[in-house]
Design a protein around this ligand. Sequence first.
Ligand code: NAP
Length: 282
Amino acid sequence: MGQIINGKEVAFKLKESIKEFVNERREKNLKIPKIASILVGNDGGSIYYMEAQEKVATSLGVEFLKIKINEDASDEEVIKEIHKLNMDNNIQGIILQLPLPSNFDEKKIIKEISVEKDIDCLTFESQGKLYMGEPNFLPCTPNSVVTLIKSLNVDITGKNVVVLGRSNIVGKPVAQLLLNENATVTICHSKTKNLKEVCKAADILVVAIGKPKFIDESYVNSNAIVIDVGTSRFEGKITGDVDFDKVIDNCSLLTPVPGGVGALTTTLLINNACEALKKHEY
Ligand code: NAP
């Protein structure tokens, strides 16, 4: 039987180190990391993520400023708010909750976030730096995948990694981060031929397709490490792309959903704000 990779345990260790960093600064009367989160409109998912991020940040002593903007505001009003935050020396990280309501020009607005404060790695500039191998911040979900694999003390070098999914926010950056770790990476998508065979050959299989329970035991080999990024609502529950019950007995290690990749992403986001403070004493 395969083992479960515990994202909460890995997050716990990182949380302890963030708390220590913040407490030390507080004792020395130094600046405390502060994140600003912009919510435009009333998207339920965005409100949920913003509140979850606030809860984790404040529990670690990191300040969290919420900025709410009405759905009927203009692009310029959102941009003005971003410019204010870019100039504010007390803010190390800016999060823009996505998606924006459809009346906003998302690309135009994202572009205005200062790359130095883009802890969610949203801007073209941040992404360009990532692909040039000089990232300012690592994007949190892809970084969560790599951090979980590294927590297993697995040498990624030369491993045959298959990433299922090629989105800009998960598949492509995960593949890039794993390439940076010297893995041999194959990216698969909805047009990939012989998907089962390709997946089955993987030492490490990362699945990010948003199709609940899509991957069963026929896609994995018994030595594989399987990382499930999927978070779909299925029969009233948050469910991964991997059919956990079918795969756990037929692989080496597997992340659960929830409690795997997602359990670490917010902590990595907050850690990025701490890294920003270390890099620049704003
Ligand atoms: P997305 O933008 O919808 O991309 C899905 C990708 O999967 C596409 O590249 C698509 O291929 C591919 N795909 C879809 N069906 C496929 C199939 N049957 N066979 C092979 N490939 C298939 O999704 P996303 O934003 O990357 O998110 C993926 C999942 O991760 C979702 O469940 C999302 O909720 C979750 N997620 C989790 C976290 C977290 O922190 N845990 C964060 C972000 C996202 P094509 O390109 O050919 O269409």
